[in-house]
Design a protein around this ligand. Structure first.
Ligand SMILES: [Zn+2]
Length: 375
């Protein structure tokens, strides 16, 4: 399918089926479908990825970080004219992938595809299988999910973190900077740790930044100027990018402990098309590139690079290849040298492998059923 601002099925569901006289039967169908999903989730409690890795005593800490509404175009790391990512740029071993797309433009459909093997045309896998913390747990890692964005920790998406060793959530505003200290402590206490973290990030309204990040002015948060003033809105957005830069940097510093083999992979769930002046994401089934072209940021410690020089060289060589969130599950496992069972494995989708294979990139549209090819 393609074209149009919303799909026909989405239109019919919203405007016909969910209203009398069809709504009773429509809701009944939804209940039946939800029961089926709950059955899948329950069955997945006992699944195993058959994950293995060479055993050793080295201390390790790995992070999968999920950004929120972070668009690629506004990172100076990627060439943006404003200095919005000075801290990440100050680090050695940071790599930005230039051609990574999210696989949905709504959080509720994108995040499950980042943390599980689900893709836009096999979304049901996010109910049938556990998230990427599971292979780490099978290999003896302590696994933690830390949310300031909250989707991973709340109904109906709690199943995505259910079964990890620790779940931490922050409820108040501006909590993204509480994540790094927690990672610092936990990775000190436990010798092998894996974290999935979710930032509140850059979601609208663009007010998630500290006074220290109030560099681009005027903006509607600190000055008497309206959100309808486009330049002021971009100023506010860029300040939120400065705060994200600060938080991503601190998370990396938290796992960059002497001698630790550690790694960090960060992606955003979707972008922000604030140029349309209506809604910045998720509002239609035919989004513009700013909604799905997002950063994939990689970092690895010196000790990791010494242990896996080939993985590092491969990852660097692919940094302009087209990839999307379908690649994340396999890359995160491969970063920690975890091999999963044959029925789950897809090694040519790991960016750490020499033979990374390009694949068609699809985006699950806001009806949650159809997907489009994005190029
Ligand atoms: Zn989102």
């Amino acid at each position: 399918m393609g074209g149009g601002n919303i799909t026909t099925t989405f239109y019919v569901e919203q405007n016909v089926l969910s209203r009398p006289p069809y709504n009773f039967w429509f809701q009944l169908c939804n209940v039946v479908q939800q029961q089926r999903m709950k059955g899948y989730i329950k069955d997945s409690e006992h699944m195993s990825f058959g994950a293995t890795r060479p055993s050793d005593n080295c201390k390790e800490a790995y992070v999968l970080a999920i950004g929120e509404s972070l668009r690629y175009d506004n990172l100076s790391l990627g060439g943006y004219c404003r200095k919005t990512t000075p801290l990440l740029e100050s680090l050695d071993n940071v790599t930005l992938y230039s051609n990574y797309y999210s696989a949905a433009n709504l959080t509720m459909y994108s995040v499950p595809q980042i943390v599980t093997r689900a893709t836009a045309d096999s979304f049901v896998l996010n109910y049938k299988e556990k998230s990427v913390f599971k292979p780490f747990k099978e290999c003896g890692f302590k696994t933690f999910v830390i949310c300031a964005g909250n989707l991973l920790a709340e109904k109906p998406h709690y199943y995505l973190s259910d079964g990890c060793d620790g779940l931490y959530t922050f409820k108040s505003e501006d909590d993204d900077d509480k994540i790094a200290p927690l990672i610092d402590s936990l990775s000190t206490v436990y010798p092998k740790t894996f974290f999935i973290i979710q930032f509140k990030g850059n979601h609208g309204p663009y007010n998630n930044f500290r006074a220290e990040d109030n560099k681009f002015r005027p903006n509607p948060v600190y000055d008497k100027v309206a959100w309808t003033d486009h330049n002021a809105l971009v100023n506010a957005y860029d300040n939120t990018v400065l705060f994200t830069d600060y938080n991503a940097y601190n998370v990396i510093k938290a796992i960059d402990k002497p001698g630790y083999r550690s790694g960090f992979i960060m992606v955003s769930d979707h972008g922000a098309d604030y140029d349309t002046g209506v809604s910045d994401h998720g509002g239609n089934c035919n989004p513009r590139k700013a909604e799905y072209h997002v950063p994939l940021i990689m970092w690895n410690s010196e000790a990791w690079g010494k242990q896996y020089p080939e993985k590092r060289a491969n990852m660097l060589s692919h940094r302009h290849q087209p990839v999307n969130s379908d690649n994340i599950f396999y890359s995160v496992c491969d970063m920690a040298d975890i091999t999963i069972g044959n029925e789950y494995a897809h090694p040519e989708w790991s960016v750490f492998q020499k033979n990374l294979k390009e694949h068609e990139r699809r985006l699950l549209v806001p009806d949650g059923k159809n997907s489009i090819v994005v190029e």
